[in-house]
Design a protein around this ligand. Sequence first.
Ligand code: SAT
Ligand code: MN
Length: 596
Amino acid sequence: MPQHRALEQWVDQVARVTRPDRIHWCDGSEEEHQVLIEGMLRDGTLIGLNHQRYPGCYLHRSHPSDVARTEHLTFICTSRQEDAGPTNNWMAPAEARGQVGKLFEGSMRGRTMFVIPYLMGPAGSPYSKVGVEITDSPYVVVNMRLMTRMGKIALERFGGSDSFVRGLHSLGDLSPDRRFILHFPEERLIWSIGSGYGGNALLGKKCHSLRIASWIGREEGWLAEHTLIIGVEDPAGQVTYMAAAFPSACGKTNLAMLVPPAEFSGYKVWTVGDDIAWMHIGSDGRLRAINPEAGFFGVAPGTSVKTNPNITAAVDRNTIFTNVAVTPDGEPWWEGKDPTPPDGLVDWRGNPWTPGKEPAAHPNSRFTVAASQCPSISPSWEDPEGVPISAILFGGRRARVAPLVYQAYSWQHGVFVGAGMASETTAAQSGAVGVTRRDPMAMIPFCGYHMADYFAHWLNMGARIACPPAIFHVNWFRTDSHGRFLWPGFGENIRALKWILERVRGQGEAVETPIGFVPTPDALDLDGLRLPDGTTDELLRIDTDAWDAEQAEQGLFFDRLTPRLPDEIRQEHAMLRARLSRLSVSVNAVEPPRAL
Ligand code: SAT
Ligand code: MN
């Protein structure tokens, strides 16, 4: 590779430290892929699945202590601690190099070192970026081949340039005690050791496309966000694009591939992306989104023909499954795939499974599949200019507090709504599940810099967009007093999307409430959906006591971000408080809310 001198020098330097037996430059070809697969079948890294029913599909069982992102071992290594902000773990760059550099010494002995040039974003897009990941994991290589545009296509793109994101990854000894995921945003550098799991090891994904890219985006004036991208086609054939930010394992993949119920057969949802969007201001002044990824790394449990027929059709070939269970016929299986588990399952650890105690598939088990295999993939998904975004949705898992859907009053208020987001934790990260945590814009684990500066960047972006997208908040997860979901979710979510579409077009009935515009009960098209009496009211209800507690929690979170917190966020918070206190007065006076 004589024309890629900077890359070659870096590869040499890494090899001198990590001491691999061999170096392999990945070209992304089918032949290379087959050789890697065969090697992994031989050494047990991959297990073949039923090739009649699942051609080209394999199972990988990860180390049982390495099944999710480890946020407590993830660091931002900026020269000044305050630039990482209070919501990130920080390590001084010199200390990080000293401490973690030692772990890389000889870490690839006896292994092959793979050099993976990759492109994030469509070929030919001015918004795409090149990265190179060095890894000693062939599992990472075959996943990166699905998740990015890998090999020749990336090398062609960056020519002789030395500006590419460098990602160094080694499995090390897989010990959680020697596991670190480090980001040096000032140097566009990532170091990850001790984990083979998705978000820790596929460095093009969260590490590059969110943590490093969010930093670059602020410098260059664009947004790197944890959002799906969809085109919603109405019965007249008009497609409106939306981006939606939900935390990991909160249904982004399902919403991205939504199939509407029969009553909505004139509507169609086109998938542009299921996890990450890079959003730039286009030459037309609009906010335009590209999906930097080329595949989906989705959560398997809960996925079925009913909940997501599109992904079900996509993962029946050329798919890598991680930590799912296997049927006696060699088919992949996970909770929710069928109503009753088949007999004779082998669980995700490789042991015979007995129903009752533990799930057969790990709750964070995953599939990796090329986006092009998805039947709902949008004809515009590789548009180099990106798709024009008309609405941005924020959302999370909230058993209480957040109504089904509401609209922010303005861009500034919408940024506040995103900044004030919270969600209950899931199995996508190690640690307790179901704990409510503040997760602004679903970026708390992924923003590579100070959250307060991130809010300021959002506010600045809004001022520069000719026609800023309308901002909404959704919550599919509200429950009743028995803990049962009030809303059926999945395909039925089109009903909320329809109201969003209408609002974007200046239609759709709404009530002005302290938190934003909430649909009037009649404004939601619930035709054919038989919800128990009172459910719609409950789904749309603003519980002032709960919101009082919520705004207090928001205040505590914002306090952590002072003094950098933008005044606009403080003002919006104060205005929310004022509106909430007015509402308690008006409720006491039985004053009807103002219908718009
Ligand atoms: O972090 S991953 O990319 O492995 C998946 C997720 O948690 O969103
Ligand atoms: Mn994600």
